[in-house]
Design a protein around this ligand. Sequence first.
Ligand SMILES: Cc1cc2nc3c(=O)[nH]c(=O)nc-3n(C[C@H](O)[C@H](O)[C@H](O)COP(=O)(O)OP(=O)(O)OC[C@H]3O[C@@H](n4cnc5c(N)ncnc54)[C@H](O)[C@@H]3O)c2cc1C
Length: 392
Amino acid sequence: MDLTLGDVQLELQGRARAFTRKVLQPLEAEFERSGGRLPAAAKARIREASVAAGLVGGSFPRDVGGQGWTMLEQVLVHEQLGQSTGGLWSFIPGAYNALIHCSPEQRARYLDPSLTGERFGSYAVTEPGAGSDARALAATAVRDAATGDYVLNGEKWFVTGPPDETDFMIFHCLVVDGSKRLPTLFLVDYETPGVTMAHDPDYMHTFADRHPQFVLSDVRVPESAVLGDVGQADELTNEWFVEERIHIGARCTGAMERLLTLAVEWAGERVQFGQRLLDFQGVSFPLADSAADAAAARLLTREAAWLADTGADPKVVHAKASIAKLFASEAAFRCADRVVQVFGGRGYMREYPAERFFRELRVDRIWEGTSEIQRLIIARALEKRGVDRVVG
Ligand SMILES: Cc1cc2nc3c(=O)[nH]c(=O)nc-3n(C[C@H](O)[C@H](O)[C@H](O)COP(=O)(O)OP(=O)(O)OC[C@H]3O[C@@H](n4cnc5c(N)ncnc54)[C@H](O)[C@@H]3O)c2cc1C
């Protein structure tokens, strides 16, 4: 395994670092105070600065308007974005990787405007009765033989995206074909008749994204709304899970780096009982444990990315992405907890990043497959792929 960073990668890492520090971090406190609302001008500033920094559509090839980054390069960028709170990176134009399967017409309507920030999409898989167990999905698409349209029905929860910007969803459902149920993705505009946002709950974190619940009731879409092929949804959604689990590993690693930087700075200056906090082992040892966690998370995540880039068996990459996500998300939460403690009462104040990270990192153990589901994937891979390939 060669994880050496070349000049191009170091330059990209530096650009993402500068963007995070100069554009995202200065907005964090105001964003938190406002309960998760940014003025339009601030959102526009994030969009424009991300375009200027060449950080838009990283995973997409250059010929469709992306940056053509390798997975390792995506990781380098997400390690930096994860050093901001509030999920403010969500305002950077981009698209779910499934949109690479757009037809030319879909590309003009969904992918191109997503990469310029004119449109934002969400990815609707989870339902009230189907979370970890995607086999229980109940949403359906039934072909109308007379018109060729599909009629969609279903209820989707946690449909994530920036609230004022998101205007279409990738709807994961089952095409009913006689006795067959074919998992299929559809591109559905929020303004289509029959699409209703039923509830928009508040969550633990104060985030750029909201996670509302949608009901689709007899929503009629043309056959051209199918993304990819009928029956291909599980494969495309799985591609998304693997990529996003690696991104989560990277952002959790970045969060740990920022938490540690702040903690070391604070504990190096704060004096109690005539000594710097950092000179008490009760303070410095938890930070040492966090440094070990952060370094391990970084390696696991970069290793998963390197395997993806070098054409390793996708099933092994799948397992490695789960290992990275599982370890990094649990380690980041431990690290945030320790750093809140090191900051004492200040660590409990929302104006301090440690408090915000403590709330925000919790969801990384839940979304894109809970920690328990990552363990299931890893445990199955141990048997099916072999211990040597999973841990080697
Ligand atoms: C903020 C937020 C944003 C989200 N965004 C999206 C989104 O954009 N699109 C989308 O489709 N979904 C999204 N989700 C949904 C998320 O992926 C699910 O919440 C997650 O997959 C868990 O499903 P569930 O909530 O139904 O929990 P359940 O599946 O009901 O699980 C409940 C508990 O049981 C455990 N459990 C379940 N099965 C097993 C098992 N076999 N072995 C051991 N333990 C098990 C789980 O790990 C969990 O601890 C989001 C969730 C949140 C909180």
